[in-house]
Write a protein that binds this ligand. Structure first.
Ligand code: GLN
Length: 303
């Protein structure tokens, strides 16, 4: 079966799936997104692009942005970043504060909220929020080859207005000396990065820099690239990272907007979007769709 047929079948099945999960409501601007939406896009290492469903509809990438900020921070400060953030799965929810107290303000990994706040804080060193966001948007636009990608200001404002939990994480880390900028400033940059809006097509194209292979864009050296993929595999789905590795067998990063970016190394960058979430805060149908795609294509990092 070729890829367009596989995608068409997944799209048909997902359109009628009865259990679509629940759209995130803690960011009010995301609460009104239609749970019937489903889109998927695959950008292959040989330069082809396959899309199905709502693959052209922009959505809030939320925590998928953490992959891009990590790439930038590793490029800027390399290994010293690991003095401030770990690289172990957390086994807790994405916004948990529990572990931070035990571990003296050093977050478990860069993909939980606390860890992503540290990464953003590192990017802010000696620079303004506007500079950091401009660099991030420039990186994503160039990776996708698409200058129209932007930030949804309404989503950023909505999260800021309801951002007490992230502010608590930031202040707690500041109390432990693990924040260099005022907590409100780091949070403001973080809310904006999460509010980047992209379609599945744009996200799949932006993810190509993680695929490797002779014809894929090279935005970062091979060593940090492998490390980002390792972290996506072990920590990209929070407390469900093990389940995602078991079911899909490929590194992925999810966001509460319902998007997931998955990389089949040397083969493809895949983006899926369906806004209804499972109890771990990952896209319900997005996870099922990725599981089916991996099974049908035999793409895995375990063979
Ligand atoms: N902006 C969201 C938050 O901080 C991102 C979380 C997510 O996508 N899992 O809560």
């Amino acid at each position: 079966m070729d890829l367009s047929e596989i995608l068409a079948r997944i799209g048909r099945d997902m359109a009628v799936a009865p259990d679509r999960g629940k759209v995130a409501t803690y960011i009010p601007e995301l609460a009104c997104i239609d749970p019937a939406r489903f889109g998927m896009a695959v950008a292959t290492a040989d330069g082809q692009l396959f899309c199905v469903g709502d693959a052209e509809v922009p959505f809030s990438i939320q925590s998928v942005s953490k992959v891009f900020t990590l790439a930038l921070a590793l490029g800027r400060q390399g290994e010293t970043l690991w003095q401030r953030v770990g690289r172990e799965p957390s086994g807790h929810a994405f916004n948990s504060i529990l572990q931070l107290e035990h571990e003296a303000g050093i977050p478990r990994n860069p993909f939980i909220n606390a860890g992503a706040l540290v990464v953003t804080d590192a990017l802010l060193a000696g620079r303004s929020r506007d500079d950091v966001l401009a660099e991030l948007l420039g990186f994503v636009r160039q990776a996708a080859g698409d200058d129209t990608i932007g930030i949804d200001a309404a989503v950023a404002a909505s999260e800021a207005a309801h951002g007490d939990r992230n502010a608590a994480l930031a202040h707690f880390m500041a109390a432990h000396g693990n924040l260099r900028n005022p907590a409100h400033e780091t949070c403001a940059a973080y809310f904006n990065q999460c509010a980047i809006e992209m379609s599945c097509r744009q996200l799949a194209l932006a993810g190509r820099f993680l695929v490797g292979g002779p014809d894929m864009p090279r935005r970062i050296p091979p060593s940090p690239l492998r490390r980002i993929l390792a972290l996506m595999m072990t920590c990209g789905h929070y407390d469900a990272s093990g389940d995602f590795a078991f079911r899909v067998g490929l590194p992925g990063k999810s966001g509460v907007g319902g998007g997931i970016l998955v990389i089949a190394p040397g083969r493809a960058s895949i983006a899926v979007w369906s806004p209804g979430l499972n109890t771990n805060g990952n896209s319900q149908l997005g996870t099922i769709a990725m599981e089916r795609l991996a099974a049908k294509t035999d793409w895995t990092v375990f063979s």
